[in-house]
Design a protein around this ligand. Structure first.
Ligand SMILES: NC(=O)c1ccc[n+]([C@@H]2O[C@H](COP(=O)([O-])OP(=O)(O)OC[C@H]3O[C@@H](n4cnc5c(N)ncnc54)[C@H](OP(=O)(O)O)[C@@H]3O)[C@@H](O)[C@H]2O)c1
Length: 375
């Protein structure tokens, strides 16, 4: 099986490569942003893989890599369109969208960690997959859990979906407590080890908001039947309740190698690198999210319900806000204010093309930039 890994140097990318080694898959393409030494190391380990970077490598990196690297967004899209490959998209941000589309348009299976693809351009990407027959298998642990709960089930039999959330490092904190949060504190996630943006988004609950929109797009369930429960142990990865009163939950260690492997082997399963899981001695708790201290979750629902450019704006504004927070330009509690400004300004007309999405993304970034400057 041929595999292309986009965002190969990131948290998802590195774990994908571990899984691919374990399964004995053939890595035929690797892409990253600037890449750096970790990319050079991968390039040497996979001497036959085609390589792409967004930023051209300097002389030192070029010599470490030791062979040609294709440069730019189109080069990454070309890798994503490799005939017959499974494409794992572990790029961070809406920057991953065009590569997702390229994979789907080529009819490739898309193992999708880049949730921004579905938040910003869900309808476009699903329509393209419908035309080409490409499969989109989610890698996000919650959506992988839902996918697994829904195999063999009819969509009309779903009563509701419950996405679980760890609650992040500031669970139980008040708005006053959160006013003092530093970027370093926001990067201390209790259960998952992930990249900077998603870790910050887990602390604000923006990540859960993005996941609510992702679940709506992927599974076609209306927003009023998607709920979120805070589950500190991150053992139940999500749950589907059916009309007959039965519920199915997906349970296991918080280990991303499990959903990554599932997206590669589905519908089959194979022994994985994850430690065996034992329920005995495990205590599971579930609570309502605090939407007063963490208003970003309600904002995501509002953006999803508004539709059109609003989900794309929610994501774009968050990319701007997270960067500003880590540059000490705004405080932690300012992040939702930036998102609100962009969601309020977004139009509700359907985005019909990738150019529409790019325009909505740019407009939201401009509004978010203004909001950051005014705070
Ligand atoms: N980490 C997790 O456990 C987890 C779980 C669920 C979902 N996700 C989702 O998976 C995605 C990746 O998250 P992550 O935590 O793995 O992020 P990360 O550790 O920050 O890694 C991001 C990767 O994307 C690359 N990249 C950035 N911009 C790019 C571009 N324009 N074109 C191509 N590559 C680009 C980076 O390359 P450089 O190294 O060169 O900068 C890096 O390889 C996000 O959408 C996140 O929400 C992650």
């Amino acid at each position: 099986m041929k595999l292309v890994v986009l965002g190969a140097t990131g948290s998802i990318g590195r774990q994908t490569i571990e899984v691919a080694q374990h399964l004995g898959l053939d890595i035929v393409g690797l892409a990253a942003f600037t890449g750096g030494a970790p990319f050079a190391e991968l390039a040497r380990a996979y001497a036959d893989a085609s390589l792409a970077l967004i930023v051209p490598p300097d002389d030192e990196l070029s010599s470490e890599i030791g062979r040609p690297v294709a440069i730019g967004e189109e080069a990454v899209e070309e890798l994503a369109a490799t005939r017959g490959a499974i494409v794992v998209n572990g790029v961070v941000g809406v920057a991953g969208l065009r590569a997702s589309l390229a994979a789907v348009e080529a009819g490739n299976r898309l193992a999708l960690a880049n949730k921004e693809t579905l938040v910003a351009a869900g309808e476009l990407v699903l329509a393209s997959a419908g035309r080409t027959g490409a499969e989109i298998i989610p890698v996000d642990s919650e959506h992988s859990a839902l996918h697994q709960c829904l195999v063999g089930e009819r969509r009309e039999d779903i009563r509701r979906i419950v996405l679980t959330a760890s609650g992040g490092p500031f669970f139980g904190w008040t708005t006053e407590d959160l006013a003092e949060v530093t970027p370093r504190e926001a990067l201390r996630h209790p259960t998952w080890n992930m990249g900077l943006r998603i870790t910050t988004d887990s602390a604000t609950l923006v990540n859960k908001g993005l996941e609510v929109i992702e679940a709506h797009v992927l599974f076609g369930v209306p927003y009023d039947r998607i709920d979120v429960a805070v589950h500190r142990q991150s053992i139940v990865h999500s749950l589907v309740e059916f009309v007959d009163g039965s519920s199915k939950a997906h349970v296991g260690h918080p280990d991303m190698r499990i959903p990554i492997q599932y997206a590669l082997t589905f519908p089959a399963r194979a022994p994985s690198l994850a430690a065996p899981f034992d329920l005995v001695g495990t205590t599971l708790t579930f609570e309502e999210p605090d939407t007063v201290a963490f208003p970003a979750l309600d904002l995501a629902y509002a953006a999803g319900r508004k539709g059109g450019a609003a989900p794309c704006a929610f994501n774009a504004a968050d990319e701007v806000a997270v960067e500003a927070f880590h540059a000490d330009q705004i405080g932690f509690v300012d992040i939702p204010k930036v998102l609100e400004a962009a969601v309020d300004a977004a139009g509700s007309t359907t985005l019909n093309s990738i150019d529409d999405v790019a325009a909505a993304d740019a407009a939201a970034r401009a509004i978010a930039g203004e909001a950051v400057r005014s705070l």
